[in-house]
Design a protein around this ligand. Structure first.
Ligand code: MAN
Length: 525
């Protein structure tokens, strides 16, 4: 039977001043491996009931190196049960619970060496030393949190200020929007009114232009009829008002392919299935086919292929070639002049000289259109500002708005291959040092810390799709540090990135102290 010499070990250890009460309380007899909180469950004057209630055994069976309880509660100080827990008090440092299977296994798990009691002097007690180091470390951390916390408090103040400024801006913008919409309406009404007047004035010019166009078309038609009639009369050799196949057969111009005769195909081309043609039919159908040929014959018009053929002068005697060059030049000039005339015509169409009154109306309408466009733009700008402020106001900047001033702040981190950039509450990007475009590793998504630590992890999602895989995403772990900076960027899984960010905003001495106290009371003696 192994029975703890519990009274012997109580006088020395407590590490922190707040534990003074526990020190007194810890002076309680209990079997080896039992924590203070469980001491009352082991009473030497009574039989022992396993914690799970499945068995009751004489107290002398506790720590007798034989496992009687399913839950291992009868053997806290031996390795007899696989599932029991050995508690070491570690005076001078932090108490510890280890699986009882590690008791007397030759390895020192507890700094006070109590887990290896079977062979005395196996383990030295270095709790004081470790405790000192841990306390120094804890002190340092506490100081860091304290210093960081004062920056954090400033950030809270600024954050709240920023938020209330944003709220003010928003209500001002809402007012501005009402005014801007009113101006837009007014400008629209003015524009409509002036455009109506402008339209009315221009209508006179449009109608005049239309009349002019019609007149021109009529003159052209008259000209066409005149020309066509002249030619018709020329070909109608018997002057009976009907053009027959026999009559056109002797006219060179109907010999399209210039083979010396007007053949059936050519007759068909000009007359269709008709045997003859009166003047009206000639004007309406044949004339358009014939006119280009006549012009060609008169040297007024040449088809493109012929020009190409002409450009090959090799076989043509010099004199002729020279003559033809002369002709070509003239034609070129003629064509250029035609072009110029066309341009001029078009220009004239657009530069109709309006009277002063119309000019004034056009100017006024143009000015009203410009003013309306400006008013529309002003509304759009206000609306876009409203949207972006609303989006920011909707963002979760922490319980006390401590993260608000960090919105939009960008931080960079370089490793061997990439430059990473985190723009807080916006996005994360990656740029290869060997060139290429920036790759989006995620856009601001949500806070993702667990429970009370919600604001310790940020999630940026929906980055650029990974080749053959999902969208890239980044998790940002925020820890307390006096500077806001990126400590590391890694890619633990393909296209899933992890950033460690240190920032004073994550320092909170009250939370830190609370957490420490909780830990201490949990690690009771
Ligand atoms: C790029 C980078 C890497 C990523 C691969 C996936 O090279 O974005 O971080 O792992 O694409 O194909």
């Amino acid at each position: 039977m192994v029975y703890s010499t519990w009274l012997s070990k109580l006088q020395s250890f407590i590490l922190i001043s707040s534990s003074l009460v526990i020190f007194v309380l810890s002076d309680v007899p209990r079997p080896r491996g039992v924590s203070l909180s469980k001491a009352s469950l082991y009473s030497p004057t009574k039989d022992f009931t396993c914690f799970d209630g499945t068995n009751t055994i004489p107290f002398s069976y506790v720590n007798d190196d034989y496992c009687d309880c399913f839950d291992g509660s009868d053997e806290p100080g031996t390795s007899a049960c696989l599932n029991s827990v050995f508690h070491c008090t570690n005076a001078g440092h932090r108490p510890q619970n280890i699986p009882s299977s590690r008791v007397n296994d030759g390895i020192c798990d507890c700094c006070d060496g109590t887990d290896e009691y079977a062979i005395p002097d196996t383990c030295s007690n270095n709790c004081e030393e470790l405790g000192r180091e841990a306390r120094a470390q804890a002190q340092q951390t506490a100081e860091l949190h304290k210093a960081g916390n004062s920056i954090r408090l400033e950030l809270i103040e600024k954050g709240n200020k920023k938020r209330s400024e944003m709220a003010e801006q928003l209500s001002q913008l809402e007012k501005d929007k009402v005014d801007a919409l009113k101006i837009k309406e007014e400008k629209e009404a003015l524009k409509n009114e002036l455009e109506a007047k402008e339209n009315e004035a221009l209508q006179v010019y449009r109608e005049a232009e239309e009349r002019e166009k019609q007149k021109k078309a009529e003159i052209e038609q008259e000209q066409l009829v005149k020309e066509a009639t002249e030619q018709f009369n020329r070909f109608d050799s018997d002057k009976d008002g009907i053009l027959t196949i026999a009559e056109i057969k002797v006219v060179n111009v109907f010999d399209k392919n210039k083979d010396g005769e007007v053949d059936q195909e050519e007759i068909q081309y000009f007359f269709g299935d008709n045997e003859s043609m009166d003047k009206d039919s000639f004007i309406s159908s044949t004339w358009s086919l014939l006119k280009p040929l006549l012009m060609m014959e008169e040297g007024m018009f040449r088809p493109a292929e012929q020009e190409e053929a002409d450009s090959d002068d090799a076989d043509i005697p010099q004199e002729e070639a020279h003559d033809m060059e002369g002709e070509e030049e003239t034609e070129d000039i003629d064509q250029q002049e035609d072009l110029n005339i066309d341009d001029h015509d078009q220009e004239q169409e657009h530069t109709t000289e309006y009277d002063d009154e119309t000019k004034k109306l056009i100017e006024e309408a143009t000015d009203a259109r410009r003013q309306f466009t400006d008013a529309e733009r002003a509304v759009r700008e206000i609306e876009s500002n409203i949207r972006s402020i609303q989006q920011n106001l909707e963002k979760d900047y922490g319980l006390n708005q401590e993260y608000a001033t960090l919105d939009g702040q960008c931080l960079e981190y370089e490793d061997k291959e990439y430059v990473y950039k985190l723009c807080l509450f916006e996005k994360v990007t990656q740029k290869s040092k060997s060139g290429g475009a920036e790759v989006g590793l995620g856009n601001w998504g949500e806070w993702a810390g667990e429970g009370d630590n919600k604001y310790s992890i940020m999630k940026y999602t929906n980055g650029v799709t990974c080749w053959n895989g999902p969208s890239r995403m980044t998790i940002v772990h925020i820890s307390c540090g006096l500077e806001t900076k990126l400590l590391s960027v890694t890619e633990p899984y393909r296209c899933e990135y992890k950033i460690d960010l240190s920032a004073p905003v994550a320092c909170d001495d009250s939370t830190y102290l609370q957490q420490q106290q909780q830990k201490e009371s949990h690690d009771e003696l």
